[in-house]
Design a protein around this ligand. Structure first.
Ligand SMILES: NC(=O)C1=CN([C@@H]2O[C@H](COP(=O)(O)OP(=O)(O)OC[C@H]3O[C@@H](n4cnc5c(N)ncnc54)[C@H](OP(=O)(O)O)[C@@H]3O)[C@@H](O)[C@H]2O)C=CC1
Ligand SMILES: CCCCCCCCCCCCCCCC(=O)[C@@H](N)CO
Length: 285
């Protein structure tokens, strides 16, 4: 209760999806520096190789297993193959922690979406994390392993706005999944966490800005954003503080406390609710 059992990465197998760049790579680096075994998964093999070179430079001891796996995680087959391969060096044992960082966003006006782009939006927000949770939890339950599963959502999993019709529904869905799993996985002692970042200055952010409607970018100016290192620290804090849900910025905390769902709140929520009671509608007026 008083933080006595802080999770320590050293010697743990951390499975980091989206670990080839941005937030996932920053997280992988922190974990390697703290002595963890780290497996990173993404699609582009070249980026993965380069990322592993960086991780190797941060290695703390010769026992650390640091590997990359190239798979698309938005299909069940890809998610299952990636996890199976990554567990081989550990004798097939499930990872201690699954960090679901993979995801991407392609903002646009809704009427510009096609059935394909609209569906890809869901693949790269919801399925890209949900299938990994499914294969990993089957493995953990079968092995009676008390693992941890962490999701990375977004401020846009608490509220949505113009430009994000192909992105925020999938992030909202991750929230629904995490809340259900938090309840259900008490059966297996698998811990579930979900982190809600605001804007993160990453390669993915540069990419999404190429299609972002100007009005969307304008509204986002209220959010000062964080670095991938700060986001990685936020993800780690979820696990180390044993927090089911966590955000690193006040705007996201405001939206969380105003739309609380089934997760536990904190003592500042009543104050936040007072503060957000009228302002929260700003972006849609
Ligand atoms: N940047 C931001 O402003 C915000 C980001 N987020 C969320 O945070 C997470 C990290 O974002 P960010 O750091 O910007 O990431 P980046 O866009 O910079 O990197 C995304 C990573 O995920 C991998 N990836 C994407 N799609 C797939 C897929 N289908 N299968 C396997 N790997 C995939 C990419 O590799 P590859 O393409 O080679 O597969 C890459 O490693 C994402 O879930 C994102 O939605 C949330 C709020 C704000
Ligand atoms: C007093 C309250 C005022 C509230 C004003 C509204 C502020 C809007 C902040 C939007 C933040 C979006 C962050 C997530 C971005 C994201 O997930 C994408 N970059 C996708 O990667």
């Amino acid at each position: 209760m008083f933080g006595g059992n802080k999770w320590v990465p050293k010697g743990q197998h951390c499975y980091v999806t989206g670990g080839s760049q941005g937030t996932g790579l920053s997280l992988a680096l922190i974990l390697v520096k703290q002595g963890a075994h780290v497996s990173i998964v993404a699609r582009d093999a070249n980026k993965l190789k380069q990322a592993v070179e960086k991780l190797e430079q941060a290695r703390q001891n010769s026992d650390q297993i640091i590997r990359w796996y190239s798979h698309s995680l938005s299909t069940y087959e890809g998610a299952a193959a990636a996890l199976e391969e990554a567990c081989k060096p550990f004798g097939g044992r499930a990872p201690d922690v699954i960090f679901n960082c993979a995801g991407s966003s392609r903002p646009a006006y809704f009427i510009e979406e096609t059935p394909e782009t609209f569906k890809t939006g869901m693949d790269n927000t919801y399925w890209v994390q949900a299938y990994t949770a499914l294969v990993a939890s089957k493995m953990m339950a079968r092995q009676k392993a008390k693992g941890k599963i962490v999701f990375v959502a977004s401020t846009l999993a608490y509220f949505s706005m113009v430009g994000y019709t192909s992105y925020s529904p999938g992030k909202f869905a991750l929230r629904g999944l995490a809340e259900a799993l938090r309840s259900e996985f008490q059966l297996y002692e698998i811990a579930v966490h979900i982190y809600y970042p605001c804007t993160i200055y990453t390669p993915g952010y540069i990419e999404e800005n190429k299609t972002k409607p100007r009005i969307t970018a304008k509204i986002e100016e209220s959010d000062s954003g964080i670095t991938p290192e700060q986001a990685a620290e936020g993800i780690l804090q979820c696990v180390q503080r044993g927090k089911f849900q966590h955000a690193s910025d006040w705007i996201t905390s405001l939206f969380r406390s105003a739309t609380r769902g089934a997760g536990p709140g904190d003592v500042l929520d009543p104050l936040r609710n007072l503060a957000s009671w009228n302002v929260i509608e700003l972006p849609v007026k």
